[in-house]
Ligand binder design. Structure first.
Ligand code: ADP
Length: 430
């Protein structure tokens, strides 16, 4: 409730004020008693002293135990009140009439402390009853006061409980607000990062386009050169030149391949679905992911080349696979246990094509597994992970009725399973 140091000090100051008021009210006694009374002054001083002691202790009490301070202050007040009632003439005294309001006062001053209010309520009922019994009051008078005290005590407890609920709701709302502000800041940061990535994608597609033109004429020049000197293999220099040109052509073809995949990767590709060769998609994804993958893992593939075509958007399926491969590489690199293995295993079952990407990394922690496809969820350091890869993958896969599942391998590592619809089945159902 009042958790901060400042709030506790404020409460203690408040108790000092109540103590001072309790003593100062002796003036009221003079009126009620018709003259100065030493016993009444002694009661007031003892009461004030008691409250001051509690005020002194209040800042050092743990928040969870503060209700005990309030209870002690309330019960000491009931004691003082009873003493003053006796000193001012018993049940005819105005103190007797006001005693039943003590739980209400405690409820108002210590909001939400239900047990303190209940204890004070019970104490006033008992005190009321005892005073009437000692005085030998008639039964109707007993019953009337008792029911009044019970009603007021019940009201005070109910009010206090309501206040407690209100305060708890207020606190929850405040916590939720603070969490939302934090989440907003984090997601704004990640949105900016995602925008930067999107821009990078567009830029790389532009750069790929620019590179393609000079590459085309370098390629055609090399082909021309080869054609011209193709027959002159007798001369050693020409043979060497031919070898160099052929090597250069292979290199250029490789660059062309990378450019092609870069362009298809960066394209905002809503062009729809087409039958895709899984073997080609895997080739392309492996080529794109080779930079992070090659230094940390050996890739083993089985079954990927002999399966029917699947219905998908090729660019998006490549993107999904690249993401899985990069994640696998990151997971293996994280173990720092040397080179690992990434297995790509594909087969056909129940009319679907299944492709597993299995890595020898640390596997998925339960907390991570639950949040894998949550947008912006990442365990990677800022600048490395965006938390968008699996979320986007799931969105892409949904578009072609494919699914993605993740689980841990019994011997360690993670297994991501793609279930894809074969093109023939998709065309039949269309
Ligand atoms: P990012 O890679 O940018 O973090 P992803 O959505 O691709 O975003 O992945 C979300 C999180 O899932 C990763 O940060 C990582 O904690 C976890 N993860 C994904 N793949 C693997 C894997 N193969 N092994 C262990 N954890 C993984």
């Amino acid at each position: 409730m009042f958790q901060t140091e400042a709030a506790r000090k404020q409460r203690s100051k408040f108790l000092y004020v109540v103590a001072a008021v309790a003593v100062a009210c002796h003036v009221g006694d003079l009126v009620l008693l018709g003259g100065p009374s030493l016993p009444a002054l002694a009661v007031r001083l003892a009461w004030g002293f008691c409250l001051a002691l509690l005020a002194l202790a209040a800042p050092h009490v743990r928040p969870a135990h503060f209700e005990r301070v309030v209870t002690a202050a309330g019960l000491s007040s009931v004691g003082a009140w009873v003493a003053l009632t006796v000193l001012t003439g018993g049940s005819p005294s105005p103190y007797f009439d006001w005693m039943s309001t003590l739980p209400l006062i405690v409820g108002a001053l210590g909001p939400g402390y239900v047990w303190a209010v209940a204890a004070v309520g019970l104490a006033t009922i008992v005190a009321n009853a005892l005073l009437l019994v000692v005085e030998g009051a008639a039964l109707p008078s007993h019953l009337s006061w008792l029911s009044f005290s019970i009603a007021v005590g019940g009201l005070a407890v109910a009010g206090s409980k309501m206040q407690q609920r209100l305060r708890a709701a207020e606190q929850r709302a405040e916590e939720a607000r603070l969490r939302a502000v934090d989440d907003l800041a984090v997601s704004e940061h990640r949105r900016l990062h995602a925008e930067k990535l999107a821009l990078l994608g567009k830029l790389s597609s532009g750069v790929a386009h620019e590179i393609n033109n000079p590459l085309a004429f370098v390629k055609s020049n090399l082909a021309h050169l080869l054609e011209q000197h193709g027959g002159g293999a007798g001369c050693a220099e020409l043979a060497l030149l031919r070898e160099i040109v052929e090597d250069s052509q292979v290199g250029i073809e490789r660059i062309e391949g990378i450019i092609d995949t870069l362009r298809s990767f960066a394209r905002v590709d809503d062009a729809g679905l087409q039958p895709c060769s899984l073997a080609e998609v895997v080739d392309e994804a492996l080529r794109l992911a080779s930079a992070p993958l090659r230094p940390v893992a050996e890739v083993r593939r089985s079954g990927t080349d002999s399966l029917p075509r699947v219905m998908a958007n090729r660019g998006q399926l490549v993107q999904v696979l690249v993401n899985l491969l990069v994640n696998a590489a990151d997971a293996i690199a994280e173990t720092k246990a040397g080179r690992g293995v990434v297995r790509l295993e594909a087969w056909r079952t129940d009319g679907l094509v299944v492709l597993d990407v299995i890595d020898s990394g640390p596997g998925l922690e339960p907390a991570v597994q639950q949040r894998l496809v949550e947008p912006f969820f990442t365990t990677k350091p800022p600048g490395k992970g965006t938390g968008l890869g699996l979320a986007l993958s799931r969105e892409y896969l949904k578009r072609f009725d494919a699914t993605l599942e993740a689980q841990n391998e019994p011997g360690g590592g993670a297994r991501f399973r793609l279930r894809l619809v074969p093109a023939t089945a998709a065309q039949r159902s269309a």
